[in-house]
Design a protein around this ligand. Structure first.
Ligand SMILES: N[C@@H](CCC(=O)N[C@@H](CS)C(=O)NCC(=O)O)C(=O)O
Length: 246
């Protein structure tokens, strides 16, 4: 999928200051036909890891081409870019292929002026947000692991399955208690940041893949954050119903 510049501009305008919007327009002017100079994001948006990268690219207004390849049925297309055959993969304009969502986001943050980054550049605020990102991506990792256990193993291990469930429930409880205590509207302060995105995409993935595992009534603060995120244009645009591997 190739998104038009106007789609990016409309969405990124929500959070970028006027000077930064002009910078993005200039970036587009340099490549008006959209040929070359465009990063490629590999992976489907039903993956919480791919989705958080797609959302960040869109909020940053960075033009990219999306190749929604499946890690199972289209593994041969992904392998030349990454022998790990995991997504996301972000192919940079010089051809270097980055893997692992935190590494990819670190690179994208570095392309942006400090004032509009989705993560503080230093200090306690950065550590606090990175901790939430790590808890949220850990939650998503365990949810993926639990899914594969049931989908791909002929004999499911009850011990592993229960271990994943306990890890998911415990981490959700921790995130709920910290979210309920949070003084500001987002982990990033007054605006959305990487931690908010990471939590929302993990919760949405778990709701789709393991319905009822994180029950809304026992996690009202997380549920409110997820509902707010999923109504934002960028979350609606960078989204895909869960498609189990064929
Ligand atoms: N730590 C990685 C996790 C990526 C990941 O687990 N991706 C899954 C899709 S949700 C995948 O590619 N699975 C295929 C496999 O592991 O072989 C990240 O943050 O990017």
């Amino acid at each position: 999928m190739l998104l038009s510049y106007s789609s990016y501009a409309a969405i990124s305008a929500v959070r970028l200051k006027p000077l930064q919007r002009r910078d993005h327009a200039a970036l587009h002017e340099a490549d008006p036909a959209g040929k070359g100079n465009r990063m490629i994001l590999i992976g489907q948006y039903d993956s919480p890891f791919v989705r958080r990268v797609g959302i960040a690219l869109t909020l940053y207004g960075l033009p990219f081409e999306h190749r929604p390849w499946s890690t199972f049925s289209e593994a041969d297309k992904i392998r030349p870019y990454s022998p790990l055959v995991r997504v996301p993969v972000l192919v940079l304009v010089d051809g270097m292929a980055l893997v692992d969502s935190p590494t990819i986001l670190d690179h994208l943050d570095g392309l942006m002026p400090e004032a509009c980054r989705l993560l503080p550049t230093s200090g306690h605020g950065r550590t606090r947000e990175l901790r939430i990102c790590a808890l949220a991506t850990g939650l998503a990792d365990k949810a993926v692991s639990l899914f594969y256990e049931h989908r791909l193993h002929e004999t499911v291990s009850p011990a592993w399955s229960q271990r994943c469930r306990t890890q998911i429930e415990g981490t959700a409880a921790l995130l709920e208690s910290e979210t309920a205590k949070r003084a500001e509207p987002y982990w990033h302060g007054p605006t959305l940041g990487h931690a908010d995105i990471a939590v929302a995409v993990a919760l949405r993935f778990i709701a789709d893949v393991h319905p009822g595992l994180i029950d809304d009534t026992n996690h009202p603060a997380l549920h409110a954050d997820l509902t707010r995120a999923e109504t934002m244009p960028v979350f609606r645009m960078i989204s895909q119903p869960f498609a189990p591997p064929a």
